[in-house]
Design a protein around this ligand. Structure first.
Ligand SMILES: [Zn+2]
Length: 351
């Protein structure tokens, strides 16, 4: 009896090792003192209406970020103090609690734990009470996220989904899609920031590779509710669109249609591979990918700049408008303005 119990104990211990797949997490604690505790409780009360003894969270979501700071120490220092530094004026209206997350991944893939993952970090408006944050050292420009980081994110997310009942895996840039979701508790509807980290390419790849973890799909993107960017409609056009004399039948009207719209930094026709009426996806990642709804409408918040919009068809990406410089379906987004576009898919139409 004695021996067999010992055997079971050893067997269980080994299973635990195999289950965690030898994830290595380095402790690198930030300050979590009485002040941070008090500021966290005040934040929970003010923003979420939660009155608690401990600033704990119920993890249902993982939010992936980049720090927009190119070094580990610089990123770590940004989270270290309990109080928000005075230069963070963009979010100071949200309170004095400094930003933080439990996990920080360096460019070489090393995973650091900064605080307990069941304490609340301030890293995503509306959802901090339920979201475990993973920050990655880097940004979208001169210090892009690395393959080592990507692999570490995958491993850490797997590990966290075993530890907690996680429903959603999201990128910080996607958080506003939860504005009407029951998990969204922010009381001030104007307390919002536009985020681009870590981008659709990184998140789509993660969700593809981690498909077996069965995360819930994100809420549909709200249309028309943007301050700067592009709103539009994807239209399916087919049949004879020539207004003929004495035409006996009416040509089918263009109709709104659900499609994936790829938004790229402006593309020139010549730099794309083209085959039988469709473009291949360019090497550069899309700035954003959005779905139009069943009536074809979509909206996408964007930084100022010029963008090419292409629609995904089974055969490849489709675009049919090219300006004098050969730019593909180009739209310029200016400060605080929303541009309207129509994207026609008309390769089955004749004019
Ligand atoms: Zn972020």
């Amino acid at each position: 009896m004695h021996t067999s119990r010992l055997f079971i104990a050893i067997a269980l211990f080994c299973c635990a090792c195999a289950g965690s797949q030898s994830i290595e997490i380095v402790e690198k604690p930030i300050v979590f003192d009485d002040e941070r505790r008090a500021l966290s409780l005040a934040y929970m009360k003010e923003h979420y209406g939660i009155e608690a003894e401990e600033p704990g969270i119920t993890p249902r979501m993982i939010v992936v970020h980049w720090t927009a700071i190119p070094t580990l120490e610089g990123s770590f220092n940004a989270f270290y103090e309990s109080r928000l530094p005075s230069f963070r004026t963009g979010i100071s209206s949200g309170g004095a609690l400094n930003v933080s997350v439990p996990y920080l991944i360096d460019q070489d893939g090393t995973i650091y734990q900064l605080m307990s993952d069941t304490l609340m970090g301030r890293h995503v408006i509306g959802l901090n009470h339920t979201a475990i944050g993973i920050e990655n050292v880097g940004n979208g420009e001169d210090t892009p996220l690395t393959e080592a980081q990507y692999e570490a994110n995958k491993k850490l997310i797997r590990y966290l989904t075993k530890k907690y009942d996680i429903d959603y895996l999201i990128g910080h840039h996607e958080y506003q899609r939860f504005k009407n979701h029951p998990l969204w508790l922010e009381q001030d509807p104007d307390y919002l920031t536009e985020k681009s980290d870590p981008g659709d390419a990184f998140m789509q790849r993660l969700r593809n590779d981690l498909g077996s973890l069965d995360f819930k799909p994100l809420p549909e993107e709200e249309t028309q509710a943007i301050r700067q960017g592009i709103v539009g409609q994807v239209l399916w056009v087919e049949g004879n669109q020539m207004p003929g004399i004495g035409q006996s039948h009416k040509s089918p009207k263009p109709k709104g249609i659900q499609r994936k719209v790829y938004v790229y930094n402006v593309l020139q026709r010549d730099e794309l591979e083209y085959e039988a009426g469709f473009f291949k996806k360019p090497k550069q990642p899309a700035v954003k990918v959005v779905n139009s709804d069943s009536s074809g409408h979509f909206s996408v918040a964007l930084d100022t700049g010029s963008y090419s919009l292409l629609v995904e068809e089974p055969q490849g990406l489709y675009a049919n408008l090219f300006d004098g410089n050969g730019y593909v379906q180009v739209t310029k987004v200016e400060k605080d303005s929303v541009n309207k576009v129509e994207l026609k898919i008309d390769y089955k139409a004749s004019y």
